[in-house]
Design a binder for this molecule. Sequence first.
Ligand code: GTP
Ligand code: MG
Ligand code: ZN
Length: 298
Amino acid sequence: MKGEVVNVQKGMYHVRSEDGDFFRCLLRGNLLKLEREEKSILAVGDEVLFERLQKDQGIITAIEERRSSLVRKGAGKKGRHLEQVIAANIDQLLVVVAVKDPPYKKSLIERYITSARSSGLDVIIAFNKADLGFSERTIEDSKVYSELGYTVKFTSALTGTGIDELAGLLRKKSTVLTGISGVGKSSLVNALLNCDLAKTGEVSLSTHKGKHTTTSSSVYYLPGGGKLIDVPGTREFAVSDTEGLDEAFDDITELSRDCRFNDCTHTVEPGCAVLKAVEEGRLEKRRLRNYLRIKQYE
Ligand SMILES: Nc1nc2c(ncn2[C@@H]2O[C@H](COP(=O)(O)OP(=O)(O)OP(=O)(O)O)[C@@H](O)[C@H]2O)c(=O)[nH]1
Ligand SMILES: [Mg+2]
Ligand SMILES: [Zn+2]
């Protein structure tokens, strides 16, 4: 049978068959061996072939080639860098940040965009918890991303602000939600599905951090077609592929055309148009620093 992995938990894969039935599956021996060596060979969204064993149990025999994936770099054993596939066969990335509680970090948004563009994924950024109120500064921050061509929406999972508009952007697409713990990813899933399927948890009053409520990735099917993949919030997100860097930092790429040297590193060179833009306040120093930090991984 053919199916899609909809949930992954400690070596147990939940697979939804083409008929819409759910099966709890294990991996066949050869795949199991591969997994021990490489860790996560299967991710939510992967298409698989499986044999039905009994009732709702099965065994996965093959994994179809991925159309796309979102990958992050995790710390592996013995300092080895493991590539962790967060989700497979997706069209777009919904980056969720909160206007406050927890506060957003622009550098993290930029890393998400770089990863998404490296994999050819479209990007939507949701500034959630809009009901808590936000400053002019936040509006300015959001504008930077819309001017770069990414869709930005202010939403509230609590009051429903912006949810219909967001739903319109997700229809018939496969979308993965990312963002740190507590920003409201699962709450948005519930608001978009108009139900209470995804478990949500509070944000600590003292540290303003989420409590890692979602512990495994899950697929949710949208009523009008399309699906959402809710993933656990990660504290950090390291880019595994810098192919999308120049696109994610289109403004810096543009500026660098006017640098005196072709191989300008935008750090110390005379006649650097990027450094000049920083000096004149046309480019944020923090943004250049983040760009250079990601570029190190090339
Ligand atoms: N005021 C307000 N609170 C919200 C909103 N969305 C989510 N919250 C609250 O924020 C807290 C965290 O929400 P979750 O949906 O669990 O956050 P998450 O991003 O899924 O977090 P993890 O699963 O830990 O990664 C909960 O107390 C929610 O009620 C919103 O739009 N406005
Ligand atoms: Mg969650
Ligand atoms: Zn330069």
